[in-house]
Design a protein around this ligand. Structure first.
Ligand SMILES: [Zn+2]
Length: 409
């Protein structure tokens, strides 16, 4: 059997619910998208529950599921993936957190949870904290995109069972981390020491003095959340026998790719923001398919519009996605199986992820094409794929790519 290549495109947060101001259509139903519809019309369609029916997924757990892993079994918190995403090599026993650079007043009350959405100077600030020794614990600290960062504690006897220092709300004091189990005691103490130290070291940092002089919020605090221990994941190369690569703008998703052993391909202009260069991502994916068996692309923009509650912006993003798909359509080789889906719904009406299933389309040579004309939440529900679980998608794709082992004789 001829083995095929697989291109999986994950439109982050694309799924939605009917929106009153769109005449009770979802943004996908309301947007003109001839190319996405072309894939649906020439493919096999269905709905996909990223984790399970009615379960609200995070982007991390849903990506794990779409890569074929059971998030309920292997997920150990978001921190480790952020850390891997910014390039920290985790060791067994490391505890990782995702962090924000933030602004506090002298009483350590949070005044800006994103330090004025700081963009420049975070590398220098991070250097001040990276390599600190707190007792017998070593601190690894790296800046991520904008105000985001990752923190890792390395040492003996650490536990992820500690509460966040991030109060999640401005006007509240920085929280004291508490152990959630008795074995979390030492780690909570280290986190509290780190937090105090971060304030002491950052408050008069030259980067912050310059920010204050310009009237900008100083990044004088680090708030931590999402503690997790380094996960043990069977590499995807071993699990499915494929050489895999991922393309994404955001650190977390890059971390998800690395954590399962995929190569992360950097694409110029792939920012993970609304300004991301989608066509550059598509071109990079086509190129990568020459040397990889599986290429995964994450396009973040639709999720951002969902979180901001902007239906018209979400429609504009869908139109740009559609242009990208038009580009892809003409460049695709005949030996590629393409899957289009989302990692979860981010309905504009609720500004957060929901448990609604998302559309999925599989396209390529030998696919049992059904009679669904449109790529949207309601049209695909009548498709031949029916309703599948996120963690079954990779096996289905591997099978269409003639890459699965027979069960039995
Ligand atoms: Zn997501």
């Amino acid at each position: 059997m001829d083995q095929r290549k697989i291109l999986l495109i994950i439109f982050d947060g694309l799924g939605d619910r009917p929106v009153t101001e769109l005449g009770h259509k979802t943004p996908l139903e309301a947007a003109p998208k001839p190319n996405l519809d072309w894939f649906a019309a020439n493919g096999m369609n269905g709905l996909l529950d990223p984790i399970g029916p009615g379960i609200r997924p995070g982007s991390d757990t849903s990506h794990l599921a779409l890569f074929g892993y059971d998030p309920m079994k292997v997920y150990t918190g978001r921190g480790p993936f952020e850390a891997v995403g910014v390039g920290i090599e985790l060791e067994k026993g490391d505890v990782a957190f995702r962090c924000n650079f933030a602004t506090v007043d002298e009483e350590l009350t949070l005044t800006d949870r994103r330090a004025g959405r700081i963009k420049d100077g975070t590398e220098q600030l991070a250097k001040t904290l990276d390599g600190l020794k707190l007792g017998r614990v070593k601190v690894l600290f790296r800046a991520g995109t904008e105000h985001r960062a990752a923190l890792v504690f390395r040492g003996k006897g650490l536990s992820p069972k500690v509460s966040d220092t991030d109060p999640h709300e401005e006007g509240k004091k920085i929280l004291t981390s508490e152990p959630l189990e008795s074995k979390g005691k030492a780690t909570a103490k280290v986190l509290n020491t780190f937090t105090r130290k971060a304030y002491d070291l950052l408050k008069d940092h030259p980067v912050n003095r310059a920010r204050i002089a310009k009237g900008e919020a100083p990044a004088n605090m680090v708030v931590a959340r999402g503690a997790g221990i380094a996960p043990e994941l069977e590499p995807i190369a071993q699990k499915f026998g494929v050489k895999a690569a991922g393309i994404a703008g955001v650190t977390l998703i890059k971390g998800m790719f690395r954590a399962v052993g995929m190569d992360v391909l950097d694409v110029k202009g792939a920012t993970g923001g609304l300004d991301t260069d989608m066509v550059a991502k598509a071109e990079a994916a086509i190129k990568a398919l020459k040397s990889y068996d599986l290429v995964v692309v994450n396009i973040k923009a639709a999720d951002l519009c969902g979180h901001d509650g902007q239906p018209s912006e979400k429609i504009k993003v869908i139109e740009r996605i559609d242009q990208m798909m038009g580009h892809l359509k003409t460049d695709l080789g005949p030996d590629v199986i393409v899957a289009l889906t989302a990692d979860h719904s981010t309905p504009v009406a609720i500004k957060d992820h929901s448990g609604d299933p998302v559309p999925v389309t599989i396209f390529g040579e030998g696919i049992r094409v059904d009679e669904i004309p449109h790529f949207d939440e309601r049209s695909v529900a009548r498709g031949a794929l029916g309703r599948i679980r996120g963690q079954d998608l990779m096996s289905i794709l591997m099978d269409h790519a003639n890459r699965t082992e027979k069960v039995g004789a």
